[in-house]
Design a protein around this ligand. Structure first.
Ligand SMILES: [Zn+2]
Length: 371
């Protein structure tokens, strides 16, 4: 084949690990890294994701504009300015039973303004990556009880999935599959009583549980509670998790529990813990606006410099979804309820749906059996 100028350089740094999600589908979540290696804007018109050479998913310019973020920015765009780097955050989902491709590749249609007239509309191919078929860790729930909300969970909510951080010379997304677990009160609100009172939140003081037999890799304690409803200021990245526990689940999987109550952590580094054992109590320490449990699994015993890995929770019940047609509507409804205490609008699922071996997707209302 003839050699071609490709103003956009494409790579995938972390191959996707396919996993089962609570929508019954298999998801491949990853980032396509792009560098505009030219002296003019590059507009992305279309991206095709190919699995074993066949088109799996097509993103038009509008879809790209929702998902492409220049390095260090939280705003997305479909235009990559000259000489810049960006990540395109992708979520490919396959129907149950569909074959998982061995290899992904990408075909991208761009307009490169620095190319000579008549040659500005270019189609490039690149970033061939082998899908990572490492086994997905199956875990028990990190909490017990009813009316939990899987806030900012996979795969299109932006706060965790797109939290790329440059540390020690590379970009890491340790929070790719993180969930901020919150809990509705009996009347369906995120808090009842004074907004700034920790006890107004149903989840405050719930035991955070070991999701497997594991070894305690590290703990952090001594961080004070924040005042709920106020975004903390001057929190260093190192203090963002507040009081936290990292469990070594074996085979390079580490589970992080963040924002626990000060003094509540019952384990010490090196302890062997049993599945279901209480590690500490859910609090509001660190970079936390309301009491919640931030839970994630990644490949190193570091809450930031590690690669976020999927996990599948053995069994849970979905009793509803946060109402709204679009992910952004759901987030808006959730954010409003979190800030003003109005009951969260929920679309109930009756009877509740029992899900086995899946990662709970964003904005699901979930019960974990209490037996
Ligand atoms: Zn979080």
């Amino acid at each position: 084949m003839a050699e071609q100028m490709t103003p956009l350089l494409l790579t995938v740094n972390d191959a996707p690990v396919p996993f089962h999600a609570s929508d019954g589908r298999t998801h491949l979540v990853y980032e396509l890294a792009m560098t505009n290696f030219s002296s003019g804007d590059v507009v992305i018109r279309k991206l095709e994701i190919l699995g074993n050479g066949a088109v799996l998913q097509t993103l038009d310019a509008a879809a790209v504009a929702q998902r492409l973020q220049p390095a260090g920015l939280r705003e997305s765009t479909a235009t990559l300015p000259k000489s810049t780097h960006a990540l395109l955050f992708l979520n490919v989902s396959l129907a149950e039973g569909a074959q998982i491709p061995h290899e992904l590749s990408h075909r991208i249609d761009i307009q490169a303004s620095a190319a000579p007239p008549g040659h500005q509309n270019i189609s490039e191919s690149g970033a061939t990556v082998t899908v990572d078929r490492q086994p997905v860790v199956e875990i028990a729930p990190p909490l017990r009880g009813e009316r939990y909300i899987s806030a900012d969970s996979c795969c299109d909510a932006v706060r965790h999935t797109r939290a790329a951080m440059p540390i020690d010379g590379r970009a890491w997304i340790s929070q790719r599959y993180a969930v901020d677990w919150e809990q509705l009160t009996a009347n369906g609100a995120i808090y009842s009583g004074p907004r700034e009172k920790l006890e107004s939140y149903a989840i405050f003081g719930q035991p955070a549980l070991a999701v497997a037999d594991a070894v305690v890799a590290s703990i952090t304690d001594g961080a004070p509670e924040q005042t709920p409803g106020q975004y903390p200021t001057n929190i260093s990245p190192a203090a963002a998790d507040g009081n936290s526990v990292i469990l070594d689940l074996g085979q390079h999987r580490y589970a992080l529990y963040a924002h626990l109550q000060p003094g509540s952590i019952k384990v010490r580094p090196g302890d062997h813990v049993k599945l279901g054992q209480v590690l500490g109590l859910v609090g509001d320490s660190g970079n936390s606006v309301v009491p919640h449990l931030h839970f994630q699994v990644s490949n190193r015993p570091s809450s930031m410099a590690s690669n976020g890995l999927p996990y599948e929770i053995r069994e849970f019940q979905i009793t509803g979804h946060v109402a709204g047609t679009e992910a952004s509507d759901k987030t808006a409804a959730f954010d409003k309820s979190e800030s003003d205490g109005t009951p969260l609008l929920v679309s109930p699922i009756t009877p509740p749906e029992t899900v086995k071996g899946a990662l709970p997707l964003d904005q699901s209302i979930i019960s974990f059996k209490t037996d």
